[in-house]
Ligand binder design. Structure first.
Ligand SMILES: Nc1ncnc2c1ncn2[C@@H]1O[C@H](COP(=O)(O)OP(=O)(O)OP(=O)(O)O)[C@@H](O)[C@H]1O
Length: 445
């Protein structure tokens, strides 16, 4: 209580009643150029532009030179005239605290659930650099995930960064919610970037539910918010995760989606004159995504870790589109959700053959790696001949590996859908038993 009052006292002491003001000089390609603010403004500061016949227009400082400040407005600058007043708004510090757990906030630290929110002491930098590479601990132990397939074939270890690649409507949100509820972590931070407004509420109230919210902080920017707010959402959520990591806690960070973050960055970059080179995306996309992902991972000694799952929308399973391609290069593994698997009703619709965890082989014992290798061989054999099997052209006895694959396939498929209430070793026991079980009758796919 005393600490909370101290925080309030400090906030009041630092509040300023002065508001620097500028005037519109020029409007060029959607950027409003203001004079009179060059000494006071910093990149990223907020501005309110007072139009003569319309509601005030909010925006952010995007460019500064000796004569002008360039403001990127949140909506089209209709009705803005030369000489209109723009007031610089000192941004309230973004200061996460333990009070944020269980809450839904926007990228500026404003609560979205209608209740007052207590902030922490000092504001944090939204663009924190990652911990220095040499001080970082190695990735930690495997984390029980509540899903048999992720406990065994695709393990996630403490501090690992994984990509979740999926088309629309194949179960990405539900899988993220399952991980939020079942994966071992002290705090779960969820970034909802560019979702429709209804979806945010739906995700928090129904998909996540009150029980899973008890250890979660949701940072959300909806699709109708400005590109600045949507891009900021990923940084703000990562800063919340870093706050808890720095207090020694192990954080699970879930971002949905990096594609929307990249699209928001593209809108801003194009407005500031950057040309698009990567199939419609600006060249600055690569450092933008890389620096975000690098902030997750194991912390320095004395800190906790940030284990992260970054979702990516891949239209028509195009894994080579720029966002997916950049992410695959920087992450420690990827989980691919398949529409074909979702359509036949198996959830989570993980395409195990196309998914990889780079924590292997180190994260598993020799026996466990042998089991994983055996499953991958069987899957490979089955998938190579799947068309033939489904067409009824497969006959038993020509290829022993394919025979085993066809025999084991229904059980393996069921195993990949299995929720695992027990720990990792139980999942492995079940999988080993499945592989060793005496061959039954051969069943066709
Ligand atoms: N574990 C599950 N069990 C049963 N059905 C599921 C499961 N996961 C997903 N589904 C089905 O798939 C649908 C889409 O799921 P979800 O909303 O998670 O997909 P999404 O990929 O996040 O969609 P969007 O791209 O629209 O955000 C659900 O409405 C449900 O019908």
């Amino acid at each position: 209580m005393k600490t909370d009052l101290d925080l309030l006292r400090r906030a009041i002491e630092h509040a300023s009643l002065l508001r620097p003001m500028g005037r519109v000089d020029r409007i060029s390609s959607g950027i409003v150029c203001l004079s009179g603010l060059t000494e006071a403004a910093r990149i990223g500061d907020q501005l309110i532009l007072h139009r003569r016949d319309a509601a005030p227009l909010h925006g952010e400082v995007l460019q500064i030179d000796r004569a002008h400040v360039g403001m990127l407005p949140e909506t089209a600058p209709d009705g803005v005239a030369i000489g209109d007043r723009a007031v610089l708004q000192p941004l309230a510090p973004f200061a996460p605290s333990a009070h944020w757990i269980g809450r839904v906030i926007d990228p500026y630290g404003v609560p979205l659930d209608g209740r007052p929110l207590m902030c922490g002491g000092d504001g944090c930098n939204l663009m924190n650099p990652p911990p220095a590479a040499v001080t970082r601990r190695a990735m930690g132990a495997r984390i029980p995930t509540g899903l048999a397939v992720l406990n065994t074939i695709l393990p996630i270890v403490e501090g690992q960064r994984i990509g979740l690649f999926a088309g629309s409507g194949v179960g990405k949100s539900r899988l993220l919610a399952q991980l939020a509820g079942q994966m071992d972590a002290d705090v779960v931070v969820i970034a909802l970037i560019g979702e429709r407004g209804r979806e945010v509420n739906d995700f928090v109230q129904r998909t996540l539910g009150p029980e899973k919210m008890k250890r979660a902080v949701v940072v959300a920017a909806t699709s109708d918010q400005s590109a600045l707010a949507r891009r900021r959402c990923a940084w703000a959520a990562m800063s919340v995760a870093e706050h808890f990591r720095d207090t020694g806690q192990n954080v699970l960070f879930l971002a949905d989606s990096v594609t929307r973050f990249a699209e928001a960055h593209r809108e801003i970059a194009v407005a500031s004159g950057e040309s698009s080179v990567l199939r419609g995306f600006p060249a600055s996309l690569t450092p933008m995504i890389t620096s975000l992902c690098e902030r997750a991972g194991p912390g320095a000694p004395g800190q906790g870790s940030i284990t992260a799952v970054f979702s990516v929308l891949v239209a028509g399973s195009d894994m080579d589109e720029p966002v997916a391609d950049i992410l695959r290069g920087v992450l420690d593994g990827h989980i691919v959700l398949s529409r074909e698997i979702a359509e036949r009703g198996r959830f989570p619709a993980i395409d195990v053959g196309r998914s990889v965890s780079r924590s292997l082989p180190d994260a598993a014992s020799t026996e466990e790696n042998a089991t994983i290798g055996e499953v991958r061989r069987l899957l490979g054999a089955y998938e190579q001949s799947e068309v033939m099997i489904k067409a009824g052209l497969y006959s038993e006895g020509t290829d022993p590996l394919l025979d085993r694959a066809v025999q084991r396939w229904p059980e393996l498929d069921a195993f990949f859908a299995r929720s695992e209430g027990e720990g990792i070793s139980d999942s492995f026991d079940r999988l080993t038993l499945l592989l060793r079980r005496a061959a039954g009758t051969v069943r066709q796919g």
